[in-house]
Structure formats: C-alpha cells, structure tokens
Design a protein around this ligand. Structure first.
Ligand code: PEP
Ligand code: MG
Length: 544
C-alpha cells in the first residue's frame, strides 16, 4: 500500500479503480507557412468552434453546479475574444510566418507565465484558464479530443491537473472521485469539485502519476486528503466503515435538503453557516445553508505572510459572494489579537490579551488596515448580498467611527466611479456584556446584531476561553448569558434590526427552542450542524 497526502476539497470517501485521465495534447509543431491570411482564418474558424463547445459546457455546468460556477465558462468565451491574446496570435503568425497551432501555443505559454508570476493568488490561478482555452483552441485547430477511457464502471479519475472545462466535461455518472497531482484549492476546479459533490483530493505531488496505472485499487479520503493506492485489508475495513458513516449522514442530508427551517407552529428561522475562508464554501452549499452568517475574514490575514492587499481581499470576498449566488454573506472585519496573533502586525505582548488590543480596537487605531478591508468589501458588495459586521464592539462611539469610515470609503468609491451596493447591511457582534447592556443604544445605528456567544460567555463569566482549567467553571447555559441575548433580541426588534447568533451556542440543540422563543431570527453554525439544526427546528412547537 502507498499513501499520498494532498488537500481534500470535498469531504467524502470513495473506493474504486483508477482511471488515468488521458489528455491527447495535440503535438504542436512549428511549421513555416506562406499564406498568413489563411492561417489567421483557421484561427477564426477554430475560435468559433471553441465558443460553440464552451457554450455547451456552460449550459451543462449551469444545470449541474449553478450559475455562479458556470460563469467561468462565460469568462473563457470572453478570454477567447481578448484583444491582447488575439493580437499576440496574429502577430506571431504574421511576423514569424508560422502555423496557427504554434502561434496559439506560444501565446499560451507567454500569457500563462505572465499570470503565474503575478503576486495575487487569484491571478496566478488564471494561468490555468489561459492554458485551458489555448488547449481547446489547438484541439479545435487539429480536431483532437481528450478524456477517460470509456467504461461502464465508475472510476477514480487521476490526472496531473484538471482544467475547469475538463472537470465539468467528466461524465459525473462514471466518476467516483478525482485526484490530481497538482492544483490549488483556490482554483475553479476545486470549487467545481466541491459543488459537484464528488470526493476530490488535489496536490498529492508529482510522483503520484508514476506509481499508478489504470485498474489499480484506490481509496480517496476527501476528509483527510489521504489517497491509498492498493490499500491493505485493515485500511479497506476502516475506510469502508467511514464511507458507511458518510452514507448515513448523507441520508439525513438528502431528506432535509431543500426543506424549510420552520417550526411545527409555522415560525421560520434562518440557518446560515460559519466559515473561515473561501475553502469553506463547498461545505456551506453541500449542507444547504441559507447563507453565510459569519465569514471570519482574519483567516485571510493569518494565511498570509504580509497584509493582504485590497485586490487579494476583493477577489476572496467576491468569490464567496458569487459562489453563494445571491444568498446572504456576512463578512466580519478583521478580528485578530487575543488568541489569533499575526507576526507582521507586530503587536506588543500583553498580560491580558483577551482584554487587550484586538479586533475593532486595532482597526480603529490603524485606519489604513481598516480602510483597505472596507474598500475590498464594498467593491465586492456589487457581486452578491453582503453584510459587513464589526467585532468586539463595546460602545456607541466605536460604532459611529466604523460607520464614518464606511461613509468615507463609499465616497471614495463614488468619486472613482467604482460600483458597490449602497444597500449593503452593516451590523455588529454582540460579544461583550457592554454591547448587550447598551443594545438599545446600538440597535438604531445598525441593520443587524450577531451574538458571539464564545466571547460573550468568556467576558460575562470572567472565564478565559483558552484556559482549560476553567472548564468546570463555565456554565454555557448560564442565565446571565441567556438574559443578555434576550435583552439584545428585544432591543434589536424594537429598532427594526434583525438578530442572529454565530457563536458555538447556536448549534446547541438543547437551546434552540429557547432561542426561538427569544425571537432570534438567524442561527449560524459550522456547516455540518446545519441539517441537524434544521431537523431540530422542524420538531419544535412554540405554541405548546
Ligand atoms: C464568538 O465570539 O462567539 C465568535 C463567533 O467569534 P470568535 O469565536 O471568532 O471570537
Ligand atoms: Mg468573538
């Protein structure tokens, strides 16, 4: 047995035989030609064919993975029409007097290298898109195809990498899973895999393809990112049990998917999901969450070696919003300090970090960081249904300063003619006792509250959430915490604001009824808790 470790992009287990993806890359030879006009005409004809193919793939993707994910193929169609890309092909044909295939391949190399060398991870990932459209164009010029051997058995498709169009073109009924030697979790391919509900592991390393052959037995564990080639009996038994467990959970998921979050007496509640990065979107969609109630934006900063630029942030936020196709996405502004330390922020060591320089306190003290994030957020707001949320609020003046900064950023965007959604909701976390107690003063300033029960419990009970010794002193159902939540709910509603809970307590099924009786409008939980929570909500009768 050989074990490879990659990155699981869709959590499920697949057991089956290997099918090595064969890409019949058209061998591109450099051929000297005389009639450059005829070669340019061949490129035009191939482009028309490529557009036809991409439109068909777009329609297939639209049905299988939704509008936001199908959009990439519209982008590919636009890229094929890109002026610089086309000028490069024409100029290579005319100046070097070479065949169309060679000119497309050379252009592909130049453009993909240019993207790969960019600083921005999102732009780097676009190198794969240029190669993808160029390979299609070359295939259209030479009339060659690609794919897996046709067989009736479902197989685990293994490839060096898969382009988005190749991923969508795979016949889903014949694919058990896919594994790629390369690939980034930022790529559209990874996003598509998540949304196609196919177990997938990417980036297992370049040795991988040398050690497998068609028909080899393989297990793919999309939860852990492990790939077992020729698994031994013990591994087979263990992973089969995991697969059965997945199937049981999936059954629960299938039964409840698409159903409303409504109690027996007809009270509706929103169930959203919490994520820490773009990589979490697949789980949100797979678990049928109605939106994202907490996107912990600080993970973008934690995963980075330096302050993420406005562009990097914009791309991440835009991707989340687009992937959620118009469903609500609440992005919390930077919440570092306390347990989340980042070297490049160079924060002083503090005796009481949880009570120290963290979250909104950092943003209000270092407005350049705050402004960059707010600009990225407002720019992204044009691509979906965004809510912006501020953490660790304790006073009216903090909220006023945040709103003033939002106003400045919107004015800058207006002046620069940059589009954003002026109706973007702005809210605050209720995670300090101070915020809950003055929630009557805070509610008129905002559109929503979201209760951070993790911090609210720590501050109300004076128990450091990081200190394991205090476990027995932390009563997560403490009346003081529940009263603060109830008080915040009343004050939110009295001021036409909505209120959600995004701390871990939102997933505590023994409190769901109490929260609904308080009038909580939204509960945001880790994706695997969405459906169990839906089941719970549907069993409650508030008239009893
Ligand atoms: C909370 O405090 O409850 C919360 C949701 O935020 P975090 O856990 O990120 O502090
Ligand atoms: Mg918190």
């Amino acid at each position: 047995m050989v074990v490879y470790q990659g990155k699981g992009v869709y959590g499920a287990v697949a057991i089956g035989k290997v099918s090595v993806f064969k890409r019949q890359a058209a061998a591109v030879r450099r051929v000297s030609i005389e009639d450059t006009a005829a070669e340019i005409a061949r490129v035009e004809a191939a482009k028309a064919l490529a557009v036809e193919q991409l439109s068909a793939i777009h329609d297939k993707a639209l049905k299988e993975v939704g509008e936001a994910n199908a959009e990439i193929f519209e982008i590919h169609i636009m890229m094929l029409d890109d002026e610089d890309y086309n000028d490069s092909i024409t100029s290579i044909i005319e100046t070097q007097k070479v065949n169309a295939e060679y000119a497309v391949a050379a252009t592909s190399d130049n453009f993909s290298e240019m993207f790969a060398n960019m600083d921005d991870a999102y732009m780097q990932a676009r190198a794969a898109d240029v190669k993808d459209i160029s390979n299609r164009l070359i295939a259209c010029l030479t009339d060659s195809g690609s794919g897996t051997e046709s067989s009736d058995e479902k197989m685990i498709v293994c490839a060096d990498d898969l382009a988005p169009s190749e991923t969508v073109s795979l016949d889903k009924d014949k694919v058990l899973a896919f594994v790629t030697a390369f690939g980034s979790s930022n790529s559209h391919t990874a996003i598509l895999a998540r949304n196609m509900n196919i177990p997938a592991v990417i980036g297992v390393g370049e040795d991988f393809l040398n050690s497998i052959a068609d028909g080899d037995m393989m297990i793919v564990d999309g939860h852990t990112g492990e790939v077992f080639v020729s698994p031994d009996d013990e591994t087979m038994k263990r992973l089969s049990a995991k697969q059965e467990d997945d199937a049981r959970k999936k059954k629960l998921l299938q039964d409840l998917k698409g159903k409303e979050n409504v109690t027996l007496d007809g009270t509706k509640v929103k169930i959203y999901a919490n994520i820490g990065g773009v990589g979490g979107i697949g789980a949100v969609l797979a678990n049928d969450a109605g939106g994202i109630g907490l996107f912990r934006s600080e993970f973008l900063y934690l995963e980075s070696e330096d302050y993420p630029t406005e562009e990097q942030q914009f791309n991440a936020y835009r991707k989340v919003l687009e992937s959620m196709s118009g469903k609500k996405v609440v992005i919390r502004t930077l919440d570092i300090g306390a347990d989340k330390q980042i070297d490049y922020f160079r924060l002083d060591k503090e005796d009481n970090p949880a009570l120290g320089f963290r979250a909104i306190r950092i943003c209000l003290t270092r407005p350049e960081i705050f402004r960059t994030q707010l600009r990225a957020l407002y720019r992204a707001s044009a691509f979906g249904e965004l809510g912006i949320m501020f953490p660790m609020i304790t006073s009216v003046s903090e909220v006023e300063k945040c709103l003033a900064m939002c106003g400045e950023v919107k004015k800058e965007l207006d002046d620069a003619g940059i589009r954003y959604n002026d109706k973007t909701e702005v809210g605050i976390m209720i995670e300090t006792p101070a915020a809950a107690v003055i929630s009557d003063k805070l509610a008129p300033l905002v559109d929503f509250f979201s209760v951070g029960t993790n911090d609210l419990t720590q501050y109300t009970l004076a128990c450091d959430r990081q200190n394991a010794k205090l476990e027995s002193f932390v009563d997560t159902h403490h009346e003081a915490v529940l009263r603060l939540i109830e008080m915040s709910a009343k004050n939110a509603h009295a001021n036409n604001a909505w209120i959600g809970i995004c701390g871990e307590l939102a997933a505590d099924l023994t409190l769901t009824e109490a929260f609904l009786r308080m009038g909580i409008d939204e509960l945001s939980v880790s994706p695997p808790f969405v459906l169990p929570l839906r089941e719970k909500v549907r069993s409650i009768d508030l008239n009893k």
